[in-house]
Design a protein around this ligand. Sequence first.
Ligand SMILES: *[C@@H]1O[C@H](CO)[C@@H](O)[C@H](O)[C@H]1NC(C)=O
Ligand SMILES: *[C@@H]1O[C@H](CO)[C@@H](O)[C@H](O)[C@H]1NC(C)=O
Ligand SMILES: *[C@@H]1O[C@H](CO)[C@@H](O)[C@H](O)[C@H]1NC(C)=O
Ligand SMILES: *[C@@H]1O[C@H](CO)[C@@H](O)[C@H](O)[C@H]1NC(C)=O
Length: 580
Amino acid sequence: MTRPLTDNMEIFAGLIVLIACCCSLLISNGNEIGGCSQTNNFFQYTNYRTSYHFQPSRNWINDPNGPMYYKGFYHLFYQYNPLGAVFGDIMIWGHSASYDLINWFHLNHALCPSEPYDINSCWSGSTTILPGSKPFILYTGIDANGRQVQNLAMPKNLSDPLLKEWVKFSGNPVMTPPNGVKKDDFRDPTTAWQGSDGEWRVIVGSRSNNQGIAILYRSKDFMHWTKFQNPLYSSERTGMWECPDFYPVSINGTKGVDTSVLNPSVKHVMKASFNSHDYYMLGTYNPQMEKFFPLTDFEGTSSDLRYDYGKFYASKTFFDNVKNRRILWGWVNESDSRQDDIEKGWSGVQSIPRQIWLDINGKQLLQWPVEEIETLRGKQASIDDKKLESGSVFEVSGITASQVDVEVVFELPELEEADEFINPGLVDPQLLCNDKNALIPSRLGPFGLLALATEELTEQTAIFFQIFRGHNRFVVLMCSDQSRSSLRKDVDKTTYGAFVDIDPRQEKISLRSLIDHSMIESFGGGGRTCITSRVYPQLATDKAARLYVFNNGTLGVVISSLNAWSINEARIGEEESFKV
Ligand SMILES: *[C@@H]1O[C@H](CO)[C@@H](O)[C@H](O)[C@H]1NC(C)=O
Ligand SMILES: *[C@@H]1O[C@H](CO)[C@@H](O)[C@H](O)[C@H]1NC(C)=O
Ligand SMILES: *[C@@H]1O[C@H](CO)[C@@H](O)[C@H](O)[C@H]1NC(C)=O
Ligand SMILES: *[C@@H]1O[C@H](CO)[C@@H](O)[C@H](O)[C@H]1NC(C)=O
């Protein structure tokens, strides 16, 4: 849960609650009070709405909450402000369901402020499915005193696969800020896991001064929770940990494992959200000591591992036991202004759900869009074995470039001729990408895609690689350059960048991008490095948008293969539209 900008709860918040707390009055996202501004500049902004990424019909969303699979449906809950397109003083849990993770229908809100322990908001949390297929929500309530406390909720009717109604536990709150923890530094409980002793464990994000903390709680019955003496982990240099996530990954393959699995064939992932980014560590969980031992602690430098090197925050995973995979959801923020959001009437998108697993080398996680996205593929364009000379720009035609899934694989016949990487110590790849010099041609790169471009290239978002010869290995830099993404001046055009841990002598360099009007989600090196960006072209919208492959390096590269598919609109709407 992202903290609101101010801590002072509005005097009138209580009044708003009276309206907002009654979930049943706020039918579903489409029909609420408050929504505002369908009129102002609406037409101008419709181009920016995504066509296959999850969004409610209007208003502000942020963190994904409690994703899970239950009796035939995937469920996604999310932080939602029913009263407007900005972060709200009163936040609730929106709720949508899906057969396939791609097409969604909106349901009644799952959790709204109603009790002293959550009267000022229902903030982020997770679901845990207890034995006997019983899902429980653990969430953060902002109580009547502005304290962050943890609460439980259960489905009213376990036979309803849509879990439309949730009942709050009469014993709430089940956790209150412990001694030494500030009342507003205690939030975002994870999915719980069960030890071999049968007890449940869960962590809650916190801080002590600048130290980020994962406070551990244990319970025999899931209702009465006791704080363990030591945190599961704490990290010196991070500040407040938001939305922690803690789960096992198989050391051997792409299959996911359930959150309670602990055996020699898994490693553990500890993720925390801070500094507007989602960082993770790989390591080992020792249940006797109740401690997580990472391979390396967060350093506070660009060498810390991140899920995504662009816009991607407050993410959460869940284990999908239907397809034995772990799936990651993340909140993708806007890059335009608060005023723009109010005018367009919405803010925030969810990433495409991504399968996530441990690289066979054990050093990092890999991510890939769930296979279900391929059901939306339409018209295809393909290119094979095409040489891209220095300075060339080549259009990928025959597809809808504003709504496309493209994967290109590059071959580097002159790899050994790459420039030397001048690296006096630690280098921040984002700075390398940001540096204007990075656009000055090197021998190998920049080469890659120009997305959401105009025909004259006056607008373009370049997602590209540059390859250097380092000390006994090659260095692969991946950048997403938003500096020319829009003629508009009032949007954040920060350039993002990261290294891709890949040996180009062993493997070709691949790039997959999911382009969706104002969203570009890119997966480099088969999902080793992900960069998501938000762009707001003024001209390169809808039919005017183009897609190109380019090479600005002085050496040629070869498109070994390129496949691009127009992506059909996903059905994301009210429940009625799904009935046949
Ligand atoms: C519970 O849900 C099932 C399936 O939707 C439904 O048939 C049943 O009537 C519900 N029970 C109650 C008490 O609402
Ligand atoms: C990994 O998987 C392969 C193939 O399934 C198997 O042969 C090997 O024993 C597994 N290794 C471990 C450590 O589980
Ligand atoms: C979301 O975007 C706004 C506008 O670009 C920015 O001010 C804010 O810091 C962002 N928040 C996060 C968590 O990325
Ligand atoms: C490629 O080079 C041309 C000519 O110098 C330049 O105009 C263009 O901006 C470059 N493209 C990228 C993506 O750097």
